[in-house]
Ligand binder design. Structure first.
Ligand code: TYM
Length: 357
């Protein structure tokens, strides 16, 4: 049945048939658009990751075929302790589930369980990616710093592996925070270049950003994004932070000396960032928050936000601490098993196109 389907599929190469292939394999009963996204198992996952990316995913589960990956091969582009990496992989999957990703509705898997990710990345390296593309990547420049000569090649090539992740499953939409936009743009470029040279093969995916919250800023420095690799713990609220500790971080967050609770990201980045967090966690319009705090100061606002954050973390952690490692291992294996035929199928097609098969 599978072989026949593949033959028919190859026969239909000239028809725009590709977008249906992954849908049919991954999700036999529904004709939904495909979502793909992922998080690196490194550092401490924070409310920026949740509000910018994962909370979008949770909402998409009903209407899309969702695939969420733990991208361990991306994490090793910088030095990792193997023992900690192993724990973090499980941890990220727990965070997905505690955030509201339902493994019955969405596919959750580990990147390195499907070898076609790295295989496709290599093909894209050779056929589609150029040094000039990768030289433009701002995240590489930020991560490599001034010492570019001595960083690993993997860090430079990181966006090509991300493109492979996305293209392998005929993804329609990639929900991410705005720091990943450039990588999704590159994915589109690589897909188009391959299609131009070898004929229609890849679907061209689109990034999807939150209207509010696509870039949550650091609490200690609201001019830079909240980052899981930040040097100071005061930069972020980790999803696993003790709620009492998180409250203190909110109270210490950098604001300005103006004192008015007014949304103005350009001139008042600190308070505006806190208002964004409040608005998203409490599902309240920014305008409503502004009105609520007319005549009140930052102290009152921060106290209330600290409570909202603590409540969110308490609820999140109730689920997080109740999921066992064994459950997660099963979910990850099941996810990879479900995706493997789609990955094999596309790689076979690509090998045919480039002349390896
Ligand atoms: P990563 O692990 O750095 O971040 C995971 C997700 O969180 C978002 N994010 C933020 N959103 C709002 N405010 C912030 N301060 C903030 N910090 C991080 C990121 O934009 C991301 O959506 N390259 C990716 C992982 C990846 C991937 C993929 C994503 C690998 N393959 C394929 C999508 C599709 C990364 O390093 O994300």
């Amino acid at each position: 049945m599978y072989i026949n389907f593949r033959r028919y599929y190859l026969f239909c190469q000239s028809i725009d048939f590709y977008s249906y292939r992954a849908k049919i394999k991954i999700d036999m009963n529904k004709n939904k658009k495909i979502i793909f996204s992922g998080v690196q198992p490194s550092g401490n996952l924070h409310i920026g990751n949740y509000l910018g990316a994962i909370s979008q995913w949770v909402k998409m589960q009903e209407d899309f075929t969702c695939i969420f990956c733990v991208v361990d091969y991306h994490a090793i582009t910088v030095k990792q302790d193997p023992k900690i990496l192993r724990e973090k992989i499980i941890d990220i999957a727990k965070i997905y589930i505690a955030s509201g990703i339902d493994p019955k509705k969405s596919i959750i898997f580990k990147q390195s369980d499907i070898k076609e990710h790295t295989e496709l990345a290599w093909v894209l390296n050779c056929t589609s990616a150029r040094m000039s593309d990768l030289n433009k990547m701002t995240q590489f420049k930020d991560k490599a710093g001034k010492n570019q000569e001595n960083v690993g090649v993997g860090l430079f090539d990181y966006p090509v592996l991300m493109a492979a992740d996305i293209l392998l499953y005929d993804t329609d939409i990639v929900p991410v925070g705005d720091d990943q936009l450039q990588h999704v743009e590159l994915t589109r470029t690589l897909a188009r270049r391959f299609n131009d040279r070898f004929g229609q093969t890849f679907k061209i995916p689109e990034a999807r950003l939150q209207k509010v919250g696509a870039r949550i800023m650091g609490l200690d420095d609201p001019t830079k994004k909240m980052s899981k690799s930040a040097k100071s713990e005061l930069n972020y609220i980790a999803l696993t932070d003790d709620p009492a500790k998180a409250k203190k971080k909110i109270m210490k967050a950098t604001t300005d000396s103006d004192g008015r609770v007014k949304y103005d990201p350009k001139n008042k980045p600190g308070i505006s960032n806190l208002m964004t967090i409040y608005s998203l966690l409490e599902n309240t319009e920014i305008g409503v928050i502004e009105e609520r705090y007319i005549g009140k100061g930052y102290g009152d606002f921060k106290k209330d936000l600290a409570e909202v954050v603590a409540e969110y973390l308490t609820n999140f952690q109730k689920t997080y601490y109740n999921i066992t490692n064994t459950e997660i291992e099963k979910i990850l294996k099941k996810g990879a098993k479900k995706l493997q035929p789609t990955a094999t199928d596309l790689m076979d097609l690509i090998k045919k196109k480039i002349g390896s098969l």
